[in-house]
Design a protein around this ligand. Sequence first.
Ligand code: NAP
Length: 348
Amino acid sequence: MTNKKGYRVAVVGATGAVGQNILKYLEEKPFDIEKIKLFSSKRSAGKKIEVSGEEITVEEAAEDVFDGIDIAFFSAGGAVTEKLAPAAVKSGAIVIDNTSFYRMDKDVPLIVPEVNEEDLKNHKGIIANPNCSTIQMVVALKPIQEKYGLNRVIVSTYQAVSGAGLAAEEELKTQAEQFLNGEEMEANILPAGADKKHYPIAFNALPQIDLFEENGYTKEEMKMINETKKIMNEPNLQVAATCVRLPVFSSHSESLFVETNTADVSIEELKETISAAEGIILEDDPNTQTYPTPLSAQDKKGVYVGRIRKDLDDNKGFHMWVVADNLVKGAAWNTVQIAQSLVKNNLV
Ligand SMILES: NC(=O)c1ccc[n+]([C@@H]2O[C@H](COP(=O)([O-])OP(=O)(O)OC[C@H]3O[C@@H](n4cnc5c(N)ncnc54)[C@H](OP(=O)(O)O)[C@@H]3O)[C@@H](O)[C@H]2O)c1
């Protein structure tokens, strides 16, 4: 295949939190785009969205809309991916999917370009974008894996409400107003729209993201565990996760304990290794209280790392704090980077 000019792109879920961010990064012209088509459910069909100065009418997504499309970004939920992604591939498009539907399918590469871009060459028409909390963690782990080897990772997350979609963001705003007005907070969405009970997120912390599985972990935790092993090509890596939702609008934070295969690595060397890695910005200086926060990482494309310190008992272990905007590197930007890699490597 040769590098052609002018790719035709579709965004399914264009009116949603992730879709809106995908459009923002497509406006930066990450590769040569000839045409953009926008799709949603019936609810938003007919709505007009401006992209790069051009008003585009949103159409209802259906099996027969992908003719002539080269790259189709999907972020409209697993059910829409299940129904429409095969039709898009049949029409000749390459699908880059943001939902969890295909992530663990052995025929579908799960890609974070800084970590496993080479796995893209095995694609059969569908490429999966990992879970937001997984993406930022594997970017931070990659330089450590390469230089020192990885044995074990234990992560606790502090996740933003935007990870649960626009409706969850609205719920946090409403609840915050209700709380400050002395009213009872109404909870309808979090911790998981599909679960029986709902708890207020405003001024709270919910140790449940998505539904529980039989082993006592949530689906979000199991995504982090399984996706990390797949992306890092380390099926035997020991990974444990506790995922917590906080009343933060954007950017997920993570506290990581990492055990390497190499003893007595100095903190100075480790910081150098991490700061030299692609996609990572080191913000780490206790003397000046320098470390990343959800607000400082908001709307940025990078993965921010700070608070690197040695474990006091394990000479192969250390701790760090990893922050990234879940809608940017955790979703839309990584998705657009995948498309960029496909174009760069003549895979589309
Ligand atoms: N938010 C994150 O941090 C994040 C990160 C990674 C992956 N994801 C995944 O990306 C997907 C979208 O998340 P989001 O946060 O953007 O959700 P969202 O804000 O609720 O947006 C959902 C989008 O999907 C469209 N949609 C819903 N049902 C549809 C249907 N039957 N046919 C066609 N389009 C339909 C909606 O269109 P209407 O306007 O017509 O309703 C809207 O454009 C989810 O699967 C989510 O798990 C989210």
